[in-house]
Ligand binder design. Structure first.
Ligand SMILES: Cc1ncc(COP(=O)(O)O)c(C=O)c1O
Ligand SMILES: C[C@@H](O)[C@H](N)C(=O)O
Length: 392
C-alpha cells in the first residue's frame, strides 16, 4: 500500500439554505418533497425519448403554454440558444432584443458564436420594455440591401428585470411580426412570475410567441433546467441542435420529477409571496427616497445605484453585516426567502444609502447589470475584492 497522501481538495463551504440569499432566485434549493419524488422517477434514456418522467414534464409544460411540444434542457441558456439557432436559416441575419436581455448580456456571445448572428440591442424608449415603435425603428428589413444583416427574430424577455410585459404590447408586436415574416422568441426564465402576477394564463402568452424558454430552476425552485416549447417541427430541429451542443440528457427522470413537483403544486402562491416581499421593499425604498431602476412588478427590486451614487460593494458588505447575501443593485426574492431577511436587507440598504450621501460613488466604470466586484468571492466565501478603505 503506497503511503499516498490525501490530496487536499479545495472545496467551497457547504451551502445550507437560501433563506437569506437575495442574489438571485437561481439559489432556491431542492426540497425534501422533490428529493423523495426523484426516488420514484423513471430511468429511461431521454436521448432516445424513452424516459417517462422527462416526457411527462415536456408535455405538461408544452400543454400549459399551448404548444405542440417541449424539450427539457439542462439550462435556460441552452434552451434560449438552441431556440434562436433553430429559427435562423441563411446568414447574414440578426436578432433584435432589449439591450438588457440575457441572451445578449449573459450568454457569453452564444448568438454570435453558435448562431453566427448579429444582435441588435435596443434601449426601450419608455425605459422599461420594448414597444412596437422601438422595434420598427431598429429592425433591419430583408430588402436585398447587401450591407445589412436582416432581422429574423425578435427575442423578448418576460419578465425582464422583473417587469411584466404588457399583453397588449405583445399583441401589437406579434401582429406586426406576422405581417413582416419575423419570428418571436420569449426568454421565459421568469414567465411563471409574469403569469402569477398578471393572472394572464401561460397559454395566452404562449400564443404570441413561436418559442418560449420556460425555466424551472429560478423561482420554480428546481435544481436545473428549462423546457423549450414550440410546434413539433421546431422542437424536433431544436433537439438536433441540443444534441449538437452537448445537451442530450440520459436518465433525466429524477430531475424532471423534481421540477414536476412544483408545477403540480401551488406555485402561484409561492411566487406571489416572493412578489409581496419585493413590493414591501420597493415601498420601503420609496418611503426613504432610495431610487429604483425599474418598477418592482414581481420578485426583483432593482436599486438605481447610479442615481443614488451607491457603491455596489458597500451594499454587498452591508448585506454581509446584516446576514443577507447580495451581489449588487438587484435584490432578488424567491419563495424560500425569510421575512427576517426582508427586514435585514432594509437595514443594509438604508445604511448603504446613508453612506453614499457622505461617500458618493463614481459609477464611471463598466455597467455591471447586477453584480459587483466583491461578489467575485473565493471558494471559501471571502470577497476577493474589498471596498477600498471601507469598513462598516
Ligand atoms: C432572464 C434569464 N434568462 C436565461 C437565464 C439562463 O438560465 P440558466 O442560468 O439556467 O442558464 C437566466 C439566468 O438565470 C436569466 O436570468
Ligand atoms: C446571472 C444570471 O445569469 C442569472 N440568470 C440570474 O438572474 O441570476
Amino acid at each position: 500500500m503506497t503511503n499516498q497522501t490525501k490530496n487536499s481538495l479545495d472545496l467551497p463551504p457547504a451551502y445550507i439554505s437560501a433563506a437569506n440569499d437575495l442574489r438571485s432566485d437561481t439559489f432556491t434549493t431542492p426540497t425534501e418533497e422533490m428529493v423523495k419524488a426523484a426516488l420514484g422517477a423513471s430511468v429511461g434514456d431521454a436521448v432516445y425519448g424513452e424516459d417517462v418522467d422527462t416526457a411527462r414534464l415536456e408535455q405538461t409544460v408544452a400543454h400549459l403554454a399551448g404548444k405542440e411540444a417541449g424539450l427539457f434542457c439542462v439550462s435556460g441558456t441552452l434552451s434560449n440558444q438552441i431556440a434562436l439557432r433553430t429559427h435562423l436559416y441563411q446568414p447574414p441575419y440578426s436578432i433584435l432584443c432589449d439591450y438588457r436581455a440575457h441572451v445578449y448580456t449573459h450568454e457569453a456571445a452564444g448568438l454570435a458564436i453558435l448562431s453566427q448572428a448579429m444582435v441588435v440591442p435596443v434601449i426601450p424608449s419608455n425605459g422599461d420594455y420594448l414597444t412596437l415603435e422601438d422595434i420598427k425603428s431598429h429592425y433591419i428589413p430583408d430588402d436585398g440591401d447587401i450591407h445589412g444583416a436582416p432581422t429574423k427574430v425578435i427575442s423578448l424577455e418576460n419578465t425582464l428585470h422583473g417587469i411584466v410585459y404588457p399583453l397588449e404590447e405583445l399583441v401589437r408586436i406579434k401582429a406586426w411580426c406576422m405581417e413582416s415574416g419575423l419570428k418571436m422568441h420569449c426568454d421565459g426564465a421568469r414567465i411563471w412570475n409574469a403569469v402569477a402576477e398578471s393572472k394572464v394564463p401561460l397559454k395566452q402568452f404562449g400564443e404570441l410567441f413561436d418559442s418560449i424558454s420556460i425555466c424551472l430552476s429560478k423561482s420554480m425552485g428546481a435544481p436545473i433546467g428549462s423546457v423549450l416549447v414550440g410546434n413539433a417541427k421546431f422542437i424536433h430541429k431544436a433537439n438536433h441542435f441540443r444534441k449538437q451542443q452537448g445537451g442530450g440528457i440520459r436518465q433525466s427522470g429524477m430531475m424532471a420529477r423534481m421540477a414536476q413537483c412544483n408545477i403540480d403544486g401551488d406555485w402561484k402562491s409561492k411566487l406571489l409571496r416572493s412578489h409581496a416581499l419585493a413590493h414591501d421593499l420597493a415601498a420601503f425604498c420609496k418611503e426613504h427616497g432610495i431610487p429604483l431602476e425599474s418598477p418592482a412588478d414581481t420578485n426583483f427590486v432593482f436599486i438605481d445605484l447610479h442615481k443614488a451614487k451607491m457603491n455596489p460593494d458597500v451594499l454587498v458588505k452591508k448585506g454581509m453585516k446584516y446576514n443577507v447575501r447580495l451581489m449588487g443593485g438587484r435584490v432578488s426574492f424567491h419563495y424560500q426567502v425569510s421575512d427576517e431577511s426582508l427586514a435585514n436587507v432594509k437595514k443594509a440598504l438604508l445604511e448603504s444609502f446613508e453612506y453614499a450621501k457622505e461617500h458618493p460613488f463614481d459609477h464611471s466604470g463598466p455597467t455591471q447589470i447586477y453584480r459587483s466586484e466583491s461578489t467575485e468571492i473565493d471558494i471559501h466565501g471571502n470577497a476577493i475584492q474589498d471596498v477600498k478603505g471601507y469598513k462598516y
